[in-house]
Design a protein around this ligand. Structure first.
Ligand SMILES: Cc1cc2nc3c(=O)[nH]c(=O)nc-3n(C[C@H](O)[C@H](O)[C@H](O)COP(=O)(O)O)c2cc1C
Length: 391
């Protein structure tokens, strides 16, 4: 069995899987159940001095053909008081001293950031995760993405907390910026020990076709929310890769991780631990079993002895456009499993190079001299009958 242990800023994780700040970490009692199930660590729901009531409803799925492919939320931060968290976190750490717990916090001015950091670190938690990234909770009060969308302000907030921090300080970044590396570097210059990317992607989930109300509809009204789940994985993966290259800081990666395969991708672009929120909301703490066995099986099958062996290995292969070789040429090739549905013929005719011909019900043929190796036919083939081969 491969070694799944991770050392992150002096914290020892039994495995890289953490619960992200959100509904699965709403209370310490819930985190305890997750630890009992096998989760390696957890980040609390974001704690603040003045809890704001949540709206109803505040969650809505983004569906395609009846399947959830993402979710928008307009949920704000923890509903529990700081005093409640103080008591609960101390008890949680006493029960699970070996399982890293990060307190996520948000505040709106210097005094609050400092006081809250001081209070929380006294509970025995292992790290502080600064939430400067929530798209809707609550930029209007100078919190969340209001800070994280401004590099200077981010550096300033980090420096305030750093001035009192006795434990590692991790900054959770927003993907809703022009270039996340500016904000990541500002956090690093302010004294961040580690980074977390990313929070949800700003969105407007939909419009109700009956009423033309924006959704999720709170009595006919809505706000721009935060999109999470499988749909944001490519965006989050890019954020992690960019900040890993730009800062070299330890990173906790998240955004759209739905199964163990996604985890490997985040590790390969430099995330030492990974966090999950939406997948747990949809399928519960029990998914940890598949995550652990999938990751273990992959490492064993590939002959990697530990997580460290794949950490950041994809980063040097993410290059600038001029460095991509134009000498690498491929062409599409169809195999005998083709049923002649002709979906690839339609796509290639109307958005490609008119390289595929066929008759309904018979395998298609591909004219190599016309094929431009773009890859469109592969993605529309319902049979997985087409491959790209080297020319
Ligand atoms: C309903 C909901 C509430 C969330 N609350 C918080 C929060 O309090 N603090 C925070 O930092 N992130 C919060 N998040 C963001 C998640 O931690 C995570 O960054 C985001 O959902 C992307 O990860 P995922 O695709 O695994 O869900 C919340 C997400 C959801 C869906």
């Amino acid at each position: 069995m491969a070694n799944l242990k991770v050392d992150f800023l002096g914290m020892h994780f039994p495995n890289p899987f953490m619960l992200a700040s959100g509904p699965p970490t709403r209370t310490a009692a819930m985190i305890r159940r997750a630890f009992a199930a096998g989760w390696g660590g957890a980040v609390t729901k974001t704690i603040l001095f003045q809890p704001t009531p949540d709206h109803q409803p505040r969650l809505q799925a983004h569906r395609n053909e009846g399947r959830n492919i993402g979710m928008e939320n307009i949920e704000v931060l923890s509903q529990l008081s700081v005093a409640q968290w103080q008591k609960d976190l101390a008890e949680l750490k006493a029960a699970y001293p070996e399982r890293p717990v990060w307190a996520s916090l948000a505040a709106s001015d210097k005094d609050e950031w400092i006081r809250l950091s001081e209070i929380l670190q006294e509970t025995g938690i292992d790290a502080l995760e600064l939430n400067v990234s929530c798209p809707h909770g609550m930029p209007d009060c100078g919190m969340g993405a209001f800070i994280g969308q401004n590099a200077e302000l981010t550096g300033q907030v980090v420096a305030w907390v750093k001035s009192v921090a006795k434990i590692p300080l991790i900054v959770k970044l927003t993907p809703n910026v022009t270039d996340i590396t500016f904000v990541a570097k500002a956090a690093q210059n302010g004294g961040a020990d580690g980074l977390c990317a990313s929070n949800s992607v700003a969105s407007l989930n939909g419009i109700d076709l009956d009423t033309l109300d924006p959704t999720p509809s709170v009595g006919g009204f809505s706000i721009y929310g935060g999109y999470s789940g499988p749909g944001i994985k490519p965006i989050a993966l890019r954020c992690v890769a960019k900040i890993a290259k730009a800062t070299g800081l330890p990173i906790s990666g998240l955004g759209g991780i739905d199964e163990w395969r996604d985890t490997i991708e985040f590790l390969a672009v430099g995330a030492a631990t990974v966090q999950l929120c939406t997948a747990v909301m949809w399928r519960g703490y029990g998914i940890i079993n598949d995550l652990l066995s999938g990751l273990n099986g992959y490492l064993d099958q590939k002959g990697y002895p530990d997580i460290q062996s794949i950490l950041g290995v994809a980063l040097p292969k993410i290059v600038d456009f001029p460095s991509l070789p134009l000498t690498w040429r491929v062409q599409a090739q169809v195999d005998e499993t083709c049923t002649g549905c002709l979906d690839c013929v339609t796509s290639c005719n109307d958005s490609g190079f008119q390289a595929i011909r066929g008759t309904k019900g018979k395998p298609v043929t591909i004219d190599a001299s016309r094929c431009d190796g773009c890859g469109l036919c592969l993605m529309v083939c319902p049979q997985d009958s087409i491959r790209l081969v080297s020319r």
